[in-house]
Ligand binder design. Structure first.
Ligand code: OOB
Length: 530
């Protein structure tokens, strides 16, 4: 395993192999067998473009050879920041084939996040698009390259400016050694942590199992059509079963720009989509607009997850849209619970469903780490065949985020129903969940403390009707109190992604503290919600 990652203990690894979860399958081979046996089969659709399995396979081989000619090879980290485009998939396959490691940034990330990812992983390359909505990512790339000694190459989809166009990374395919399936294949970003974003190593073995198991749970096979409406760089649309799962089973993945109903409904009808993934805030919007736009979504399986789902909303979309809702509890870290399409609809409305794997070990524990009685609420801790054993290159953080016997402390408060379904009831980790987009409070606080007018600050969630939660910064000012606009501009200038900017500002002369001197966020939260 790559240096800086934590392996599973031998005994558990042997169990996961013996049980058939880890089959020595490599992500480098995704789509290959389909390209050989049925090359004209459609793998990807974007806009009016259709890419066959044969074409995808050839392009991935050519790009792998092209990247190799640029000196990129085994275990090299490559920060990938691409929207839902064919290039994302070709590039990931090419990197898997090289044994190089994609680090999947979100399209919304900016200089602060990209700079950290490049520095922390000592990335050799950064791949991005020329611009999004008027924002020039080549400028960001130039800044990050100037401050990251390891970063040798920047590849750009679109107009490359001073850099190299990704479309020119192309060469005659060369034979490449197969990557070791038990090794890291790529990195996902953690949704919640203290301090800077943490990186999650996912191995070929563990992710290939996730793709197979989630496809089986959703009844998704070669005739399936998956609509990626969320960013494909997020685990939910990438591999549950998502775009990579579609390639695994020989299905078609349709890449959409966003979950906005006009685009999504059009694609669902035109491509006969059978499965998609949404975060909860989109459900009422889809239900409102389906009759207006004359969309027929009946029979469509919709995986919803990432944030609290209101039972009333679940009932409404099931009834009005005739969709089959499956409720997912997932984490980029690996654990997944979900309801299945054939479960009674009440199950999806009220629970997050059953574990994906019979060998997922979940323990619900109290504040002292002791297991609570059956059915009681506590923190969810987990280990299993898809769950990481340590974040990349952060041993001190790992020491307290995992129990001594390797269970991940999820920071989520849950209980189990008597019939074995998970119910998420709250959270103890300091994350604001803006309708599925995760804002790590500590990261935002650190940036805000750098503002000259901020003496003390606490960032916390406040209820929001649409997103479920929004971000509130409670600030104790020094002399002149800052305005919300000034703080947002300040964070934007520091290169923070827009979704992490506070939505609301509260000024205080002091913050409440607990007996041990920490900011009492529970008291603050109660005060703000009241
Ligand atoms: C998904 O993954 P992440 O890594 O962005 O976020 C994980 C966190 C969980 O720890 C939990 O706090 C929250 O998101 N969460 C939910 C939830 N599903 C995730 N909270 C309440 N209800 C749910 N159903 O968000 C993700 C990954 C794969 C599939 C779906 C979602």
């Amino acid at each position: 395993m790559l240096d800086g990652c934590v392996s599973w203990p031998r005994e558990l690894a042997e169990r996961y192999r013996a049980q058939g979860y880890w089959r020595g399958e490599s992500l480098a081979d995704l789509g290959r067998e389909w390209a050989r046996t049925d090359p004209e089969r459609v793998a990807l659709v974007t806009g009016d473009r259709r890419v066959s399995y044969g074409d995808l396979d050839r392009r991935a081989d050519r790009m792998a050879a092209g990247l190799r000619a640029h000196g990129i090879g085994r275990h090299d980290r490559v920060v990938v920041q691409l929207p839902n485009r064919v290039e994302f998939v070709v590039l990931c396959l090419a990197l898997f084939r090289l044994g190089a490691l994609p680090v999947l940034a979100l399209p919304a990330h900016r200089r602060a996040e990209i700079g950290h990812l490049c520095a922390h992983t000592e990335a050799v390359a950064y791949v991005t698009v020329d611009q999004v909505q008027g924002y020039d990512l080549r400028k960001l790339a130039a800044d990050v390259r100037a401050e990251t000694p390891s970063l040798r190459e920047v590849f750009v989809v679109g107009d490359p400016g001073e850099f190299t166009a990704l479309s020119e990374v192309d060469a005659e395919p060369v034979p490449l050694p197969a990557p070791d399936p038990s090794d890291v294949a790529f990195f996902l970003l953690s949704g919640g942590s203290t301090g800077l974003p943490k990186l999650i190593p996912r191995t070929h073995d563990d992710y290939a199992y996730q793709l197979r198991a989630t496809a089986a749970a959703m009844g998704f096979g070669p005739d399936g059509v998956y609509l990626a409406a969320l960013p494909v760089a997020h685990n939910a649309a990438l591999g549950c079963p998502g775009v990579l799962g579609a390639l695994r089973v020989g299905a078609t993945a349709v890449l959409a720009g966003s979950p906005s109903p006009d685009e999504a409904f059009r694609l669902i009808a035109r491509e006969r989509v059978t499965l998609t993934t949404l975060m909860p805030p989109f459900l009422p919007l889809w239900a409102d607009l389906a009759p207006v736009l004359g969309a027929d979504l009946s029979g469509l399986v919709v995986e919803v997850g990432g944030a609290n789902l209101s039972p009333a909303v679940a009932d409404r979309v099931t009834r009005e849209l005739g969709i089959r809702l499956t409720h997912f509890f997932g984490m980029a870290e690996g654990p997944i619970c979900c309801t299945r399409p054939d479960d009674p609809p009440e199950l999806a409305a009220h629970t997050q469903g059953r574990a994906l794997s019979a060998d997922d070990e979940f323990r619900v524990v109290d504040e002292d780490g002791r297991q609570v009685a059956a059915g009681e609420v506590g923190e969810l801790t987990v280990r299993g065949p898809t769950t990481l054993r340590g974040y990349y290159r952060v041993p001190e953080y790992n020491a307290h985020t995992f129990t001594p016997d390797g269970f991940l402390r999820t920071g989520d408060l849950v209980r189990w129903t008597p019939t074995g379904e998970l119910v998420v009831v709250g959270r103890i980790k300091e994350v604001v969940n803006r309708g599925g987009e995760k804002v790590p409070a500590g990261e935002v606080e650190e940036h805000l403390l750098a503002h000259p007018a901020v003496r003390e600050v606490a960032v916390l969630a406040v209820p929001d009707r649409v997103l479920g939660e929004k971000t509130c910064a409670v600030v104790v000012p020094r002399a002149d109190a800052p305005t919300l606009g000034q703080l947002r501009d300040f964070l934007t200038d520091r290169g923070l992604a827009a979704y992490k900017l506070p939505d609301r500002l509260e000024l205080r002369t002091a913050l409440p503290h607990t007996a041990v001197g920490k900011v009492d966020k529970r008291a603050l939260g109660a005060e703000l919600a009241g």
